[in-house]
Design a protein around this ligand. Structure first.
Ligand SMILES: Cc1cc2nc3c(=O)[nH]c(=O)nc-3n(C[C@H](O)[C@H](O)[C@H](O)COP(=O)(O)OP(=O)(O)OC[C@H]3O[C@@H](n4cnc5c(N)ncnc54)[C@H](O)[C@@H]3O)c2cc1C
Length: 376
């Protein structure tokens, strides 16, 4: 039976939850305060969990989240939601010197083992010689070697967020800008106040990003979520997208992504302990650009388009916080996505939506590693 739901937080987690609710035929209101520093607005992400170095409890949720993407994009297309910013682009894992090149067979074996375990977005992966790497991404300094991962994808957070919002409206939902205040009565949230309006709700999803504690403390619990600033830079290189330049990663902690029509995105810093300060810093600019130019000196002639700064909602163990809110029977959590929210957010938002409506969830997954009480 259709119910009345609200979602607080309109980044990728909340927008995905609200879209799932709207597609499920529920009345839904997505409320977002549009804080400067929203992580989704800044994030440009690699959807290639097979080539990341995380395993353990990251593996099963990353697997389901990666598999979720093509279906989500198909749903958004069906709902005339426009550009999602998601595309299979291929990926080069670069070795900068002989010692990194010597490690490539081990990295390739790990990628293939993850694919054998069911991880999507690999397709075909093999070692390529330096000439092929430069042919695929011409601005590169000649590397010592590289791995090619054919089915790695990338997404622009802002584009996907906006497509989800259009999808929500297309399905009859509402998207409001404002500061949302949940009203608790006993073990339930009964309403949400926003811009002077009181919205009665059957259930609520909390997806407030780095600002999580401000909301949860008012509801009687806290969460170990803290802002981690990321600075990322959009450069302009005419023709980069039509040449289909792939994603570039390697033994360095930054990456390079290409978006149409002419964007090459480099970054990003990971500044733990940054607090809620969404400003650019001299150190951040220098770190991100010098890293990118060391890997790809050919980008030195690119022109500067724009910087983006976001506050990732980081948890101590780099896993998200999902499941029911403690002491509240009709509230679910989709938060703490840290550096992996563009990958994990869409599936996790769908899960939070299904849990709040009493559905079993988009897929079967043991949620124990992602529940808030793991920190108890
Ligand atoms: C530079 C950068 C690069 C990144 N790269 C990657 C990557 O390569 N791969 C990857 O997977 N992820 C990446 N991420 C991480 C990813 O972007 C985040 O994990 C994800 O966007 C978090 O989404 P969210 O919806 O939880 O939070 P947010 O996007 O921050 O959204 C939370 C929203 O909640 C709103 N809000 C809070 N409280 C209230 C309230 N009371 N009322 C109304 N609204 C409220 C805020 O205003 C905000 O708009 C990157 C992030 C950054 C910053």
């Amino acid at each position: 039976m259709a119910g009345e739901f609200a979602v607080i937080g309109g980044g990728i987690g909340g927008a995905s939850a609200a879209y799932r609710l709207a597609r499920g035929g529920h009345r839904v209101t997505l409320i977002d305060r549009s804080d400067i520093g929203q992580a989704t607005a800044a994030g440009a992400g690699i959807i290639s969990p097979g080539s990341s170095n995380h395993d353990g409890a990251f593996f099963p949720i990353a697997q389901l989240a990666g598999l979720h993407y093509p279906a989500l994009v198909a749903h958004l297309t069906e709902d005339d939601a426009g550009d999602t910013g998601y595309e299979v682009a291929g990926q080069l894992v670069i070795a900068r010197d002989e010692s990194e090149a010597a490690d490539l067979p081990r990295r390739l074996a790990a990628i293939l083992a993850r694919q054998d375990g069911g991880m999507p977005n690999v397709g075909e992966a093999h070692i390529v010689d330096p000439d092929e790497a430069v042919r695929r991404f011409p601005p590169l300094a000649r590397p010592a070697g590289a791995i090619w991962v054919r089915d790695a994808a990338r997404v622009d957070g802002r584009s996907l967020r906006d497509a989800l919002r259009r999808g929500i409206v297309h399905r009859g939902g509402r998207v409001l800008t404002g500061h949302a205040i949940p009203i608790r009565e006993g073990e339930r949230v009964v309403a949400v106040l926003v811009n002077g309006e009181r919205i009665s709700v059957d259930g609520l999803v909390l997806a407030p990003g780095a600002w999580a504690n401000e909301l949860t403390v008012a509801l009687g619990f806290d969460v170990p979520v803290a802002p981690q600033r990321g600075q990322i830079f959009h450069l302009r290189v005419p023709g980069a997208a039509t040449a289909r330049w792939p994603i570039v990663v390697g033994g360095f902690d930054h990456y390079i992504l290409t978006f149409g029509p002419d964007r090459v995105v480099v970054g990003a810093t990971r500044e733990t302990g940054s607090g809620f300060d969404p400003r650019l810093t001299a150190g951040g600019v220098s770190h991100a650009l010098s890293n990118a130019l060391a890997i790809a000196p050919g980008l030195g002639t690119a022109t500067f388009h724009e910087p983006r700064v976001g506050l990732r909602p980081a948890t101590p163990d780099r896993l998200p916080i999902l499941g029911r809110a403690p002491g509240l029977s009709n509230v679910t959590l989709a938060m703490g996505f840290g550096p992996s929210g563009l990958l994990l957010g869409p599936w996790s938002g769908a899960l939070a939506a299904d849990l709040v409506t009493g559905q079993p969830g988009p897929d079967t997954l043991d949620l124990a590693p992602y529940l808030l009480d793991r920190f108890a």
